[in-house]
Ligand binder design. Structure first.
Ligand code: NDP
Ligand code: OXD
Length: 309
């Protein structure tokens, strides 16, 4: 019987019980002090404390309880030969679509401008912006971003998308590569980033790229915070080139109290909640993946460590 160690902070025991109920053929443990813990061959969880995985000498597989694995790949206690699996959508794409839509509607219905007018007690209506004229660009067209882009296109927005390799998506004008990005930015009213954090995406949205967005554009950042250069974003907001930003992810989380983002009038921020892990589909997926792994079958959720996602 394979032993699986589970860690999810204060929710470790709850996750452990859910997983044990769904797959009793594994021995599930959430207590690292348990005498059997060092026998664990599999780790399932999120953000274990630094050094934690070094206590598992027989570790052969890691399954993240999330979609982005940059945190796992940056660890020094995770041997490079141990495969890392991740969640594939598992209920997160729908939430991310809602989050993106929130940003798109803010821009479409001119909420940042009406907010400014409200502060000045100014009553001034503006003409409507038809959906078909709102240009939304989604960066990252994977399990989550792909669904965000097609859902927004289905609602009637003019959607473009960007990925590393060439992709085809119904109703979405797709581009890839650096040149593809530069061209796409000039035709974007609302930029939605759902990219993973990798060596290639870190610092991607800097002043030069953000300045390519048309005057008055808006940024929605929900992939990883290190893609967006905060000081460049703030400068472009202060200069009035960008209208607003809806931010869910940050280079340092929790966002430090001294960050100017907290109090900037054109920024709305949320504490990394754009798409939370949903227990039922996540448990189903983890169990399916572990059973396939046990049978020696091909796994669809293995992270490519060289690519970084
Ligand atoms: P996927 O791995 O399925 O998709 C990643 C997408 O990003 C792919 O389309 C990929 O291109 C593209 N991409 C990666 N690197 C580059 C690059 N250098 N240039 C252009 N495109 C690139 O990931 P998911 O869709 O499952 O998740 C995406 C990210 O969303 C996660 O990594 C995580 O960081 C974030 N996330 C945030 C949450 C939140 O609550 N804020 C919740 C869940 C996830 P290609 O198609 O060519 O491979
Ligand atoms: C994830 C996240 O990657 O929560 O799942 O950001």
């Amino acid at each position: 019987m394979e032993t699986v160690l589970v860690y999810a902070g204060r929710a470790s025991e709850e996750w452990c019980q859910r997983l044990a109920t769904a797959a009793p053929e594994f021995r599930w443990l959430s207590d690292v002090e348990h005498p059997q813990a060092t026998a664990a061959t599999v780790f399932v969880g999120w953000n274990p404390p630094p050094g934690w995985l070094a206590g598992l000498p027989r570790l052969r597989l890691v399954h993240a309880l999330g979609a982005g694995v940059d945190g796992f790949l940056a660890r020094t206690d995770l041997p490079p030969e141990v495969p890392v699996l991740r969640l594939l959508d598992a209920g997160m794409a729908e939430q991310m679509t809602e989050y993106a839509l929130l940003g798109v509607l803010m821009w479409q219905r001119r909420l940042p401008l009406y907010r400014q007018q409200q502060m000045q007690a100014r009553w001034k209506p503006w003409p409507p912006r038809p959906r078909g004229e709102v240009r939304v660009s989604v960066l990252g067209l994977g399990r989550i971003g792909g669904q965000v882009a097609t859902a927004l296109a289905g609602l009637g927005y003019r959607v473009a998308g960007w990925s590393r390799s060439a992709r085809t998506l119904d109703g979405v004008a797709t581009r890839h590569g650096t040149q593809g990005l530069d061209a796409l930015l000039t035709e974007t009213d609302v930029l939605v980033s759902v990219l993973p954090s990798t060596a290639e995406t870190r610092g991607l949205l800097d002043r030069a790229r953000l300045a390519r967005l048309p005057q008055g554009a808006m940024v929605v950042s929900a992939g990883r915070g290190d893609q967006l250069v905060t000081r460049d974003l703030l400068a472009l907001l202060d200069e009035g080139h960008l209208a607003a930003a809806l931010l869910d992810v940050f280079e340092t989380e929790p966002l430090p109290p001294e960050s100017p983002l907290w109090r900037h009038p054109a920024v709305i921020l949320t504490p990394h909640v754009a798409a939370l892990t949903v227990p039922e589909p996540a448990v189903r997926q983890v169990v399916t993946h572990l059973r396939r792994w046990l049978r020696g079958e091909t796994l669809p959720a293995v992270v490519d460590r060289r690519r970084g996602y």
